[in-house]
Design a protein around this ligand. Sequence first.
Ligand SMILES: [Zn+2]
Ligand SMILES: [Zn+2]
Length: 307
Amino acid sequence: MELVFLGTGAAWGIPELTCGCRICEEMRKRNEKRDRTAIILKGEKNVLIDCGPDIRNQLSRNNIGRVDAVFITHEHGDHFIGLDELFSFKRNVPRDAFSPIPVYLSRQSWDVIKLRFGYLEEMGVIAARCIDAGTWFKAAGLEAMAFKTDHGKSAAGSVGFLIRFPGSNGKSARLVYTSDFIDIPEIPEEALSPEIMITQSVWLNEPVKNRPCHMSLQRVLHFIEIFSPQFTYLTHIGDADMVPGDPYNESLKKYIPKDPFGSPSGGGPYPIPLCQSQWEETLKRVLHDHKMPFKVAIAYDDLRIEL
Ligand SMILES: [Zn+2]
Ligand SMILES: [Zn+2]
């Protein structure tokens, strides 16, 4: 099976429209970008996790000819607003050859999403499959289980997914996917020590007020320790860290760091990463300085991993 990172950016993607901050400018200079976060698991069948506003381009540039199931983590636009694009999969097959694409999500998420996209179900494009946290279900040949994640009041239906997939050695392996969250009320024991974990790192520094309820690199290390995966990919990366001397620090999205992240042995805070290579360098330093024996990588758009 192949894992493809279709997008690795935060809610508005980076470089962000109208933003001239040091991070966005450096990315423009290097021709880097991060679309809204989504992945696809490609095997005999294809499972898409999240379906944001960039999905048309993401599926097209990765030659994804079919989607057999969709998992939606929560009811924020950057994770579901692209569902209408799934219409193309129905429009371009022979009449009567199409079955609605099952979309797995929590009841609370569907209650919000159906207000916008209920017509997709009425028109036979998707079939909502409301799932209960803690109960295994089968989707496109894979077994999966949702678990509740706390992403604040505006996404009460937020879940992560534990997915069993056939590993390269023929044995069953596990992938943990957590999108936006600030806490996980109950971590299922079966989700511990997975082969792969995909989680978020919106900022380097934990902000004073974590209002949108996301993970910083500073905070997510704690969850990596708890889950103890063999390999972690960090995604959903944004541009809201303040870079010293940047006039855009005045903009609303820039967060004041609570306790700037640095090495426990001193030397001041880590520099704010502006681009992929700087994120990689900083992550390497962080893991070394904090004596964390984990394999962690910063994902980037269109990164493909053979599982
Ligand atoms: Zn998001
Ligand atoms: Zn969100």
